[in-house]
Design a protein around this ligand. Structure first.
Ligand SMILES: [Fe+2]
Length: 426
């Protein structure tokens, strides 16, 4: 699809919104390798905090790359990072950190390969500080399967102008449409999904937080699967994820967005131990329990790739004791404003978690994958259930409203809101 066909198709889908490049006022993203810039597959900004951001990019072999950034959309004056080499060990990708940024500010950036023309300009917004009453809006969903390209639903995500987007796992399907076994085959899955105009334009305006689920490795895999370290390496090469330098393979992390929001992004895959009955592992569980108890954010969103109730033993249903411990802890300590966000079910749902003391799990997806019409949508745990469209959730938290509540909207691929609910922080 060329640029004109693409514009026509999103206009037909009803998500044309404002002019495509109104935010950046510059040339379109370049999807395929471009000899003038030496870049390919666009950029992704991710794991943004109040003062930092990671920029993911991919460049020609032998390139030295830097990122230029500024508050000025035209980048007439800008700061620049050091130059970094790309290498075959990471499939010529690089993840470059921008530091000392201002909070709650939109930054514009572009990559430059030494000796080439700079790439297109993209942007992201930094998080507000913890005491800031700023309104926060974000979108989340899961499941992008390559045979469902183009990922047109990403046009609708972009049209919502979220502060950020969360992909809750199954970012690739390593075991569908050809099974990946070698590292280069896993990388190829990411390259295929990244070679998508709708995703590129969305990622040019909204930063991402990403976690993984099973299909980054294999269906319902367990940590002793020999493909697990290979799938994890490819995932970490292709998504910008900040981790402590002593734990380069750590994926779970938290991030604060103003007074209203703290995200606790879980890794529900690599620390599973069926014998010990744990889905999170000891260290992550302690981190989570301490984190939500200490958090001063009005809403604490616990982001789990697999849903809290239903769907069989690969989900939290397979770890009932640890689930019970977590739910009891939240209730006993009277921790307010906790909601679970999940993917993996390939349907949109609001679930009242059984024996959860009123705690709820909000499931979104798929972005682009088969619909799960098999799940019993009439089950009593569902407050809402629909498996009829590609979809994402959008949550808006405005700390200035009293009593503070959040608005949840489920939105489909045509940018139509098909369900709305209030989330209470009481
Ligand atoms: Fe999935």
């Amino acid at each position: 699809m060329n640029r004109r066909e693409f514009l026509k198709s999103i206009a037909l889908a009803g998500v044309a919104g404002p002019a495509l490049w109104s935010q950046t006022g510059c040339a379109p993203a370049l999807i395929r390798p471009d000899p003038t810039t030496g870049l390919s597959l666009g950029y992704i900004s991710g794991d943004v905090t109040a003062n930092s951001a990671l920029i993911w990019l991919r460049a020609d072999p032998g390139s030295q790359v830097s990122v230029q950034y500024a508050k000025d959309p035209r980048l007439q004056t800008f700061l620049s990072t050091d130059e970094y080499p790309v290498s075959p060990e990471h499939d010529f990708t690089a993840i470059i950190s921008l530091e000392s940024l201002e909070a709650a500010t939109r930054y514009y950036y572009r990559a430059e390969v030494k000796g080439k023309m700079p790439g297109h300009v993209a942007s992201f917004v930094t998080a507000p500080r913890p005491d800031d009453d700023a309104k926060v809006t974000f979108c989340f969903s899961a499941d992008t399967r390559e045979s469902y390209k183009p990922f047109m639903v990403m046009n609708a995500v972009r049209a919502q102008h979220p502060d950020f987007f969360m992909h809750l796992g199954d970012t690739i399907y390593a075991d569908r449409n050809g099974t990946a076994r070698q590292l280069n085959e896993f990388w190829a899955k990411y390259r295929t999904n990244r070679d998508d105009l709708s995703s590129q334009y969305c990622f040019d305006e909204a930063s991402v937080y990403v976690t993984w689920d099973d299909h980054e490795v294999a269906d319902d895999y367990l940590p002793n699967n020999p493909l697990a370290p290979i799938g994890r390496k490819a995932f970490l090469d292709y998504w910008p994820i900040r981790h402590p330098s002593s734990e380069p393979e750590r994926i779970y992390r938290s991030v604060r967005w103003g007074r209203g929001v703290e995200l606790f992004i879980l890794d529900a895959r690599q620390y599973r131990d069926r014998k010990k009955g744990t889905i999170l592992g000891k260290a992550q569980k302690e981190w989570l329990l301490n984190g939500i108890a200490k958090s001063t954010a009005i809403f604490k969103f616990i982001v789990t790739s697999v849903p809290m109730a239903g769907g069989g033993s690969d989900r939290w249903d397979g770890f009932p004791k640890e689930r019970e411990q977590l739910l009891r802890y939240i209730n006993d300590k009277k921790i307010r404003g906790v909601y679970f966000l999940s993917g993996d079910m390939h349907c949109a749902a609001i679930t009242k978690i059984p024996k959860g003391g009123g705690l709820k799990d909000i499931t979104a997806g798929p972005l682009a994958a088969p619909l799960n019409r098999i799940t019993d949508g009439t089950a009593r745990r569902f407050e809402y259930y629909l498996a009829e469209n590609f979809n994402f959730g959008k949550i808006t938290v405005d700390p200035k409203t009293a009593p503070t509540s959040a608005v949840l909207e489920f939105i489909d691929q045509d940018n139509r809101v098909f369900h709305t609910a209030q989330l209470s922080a009481e």
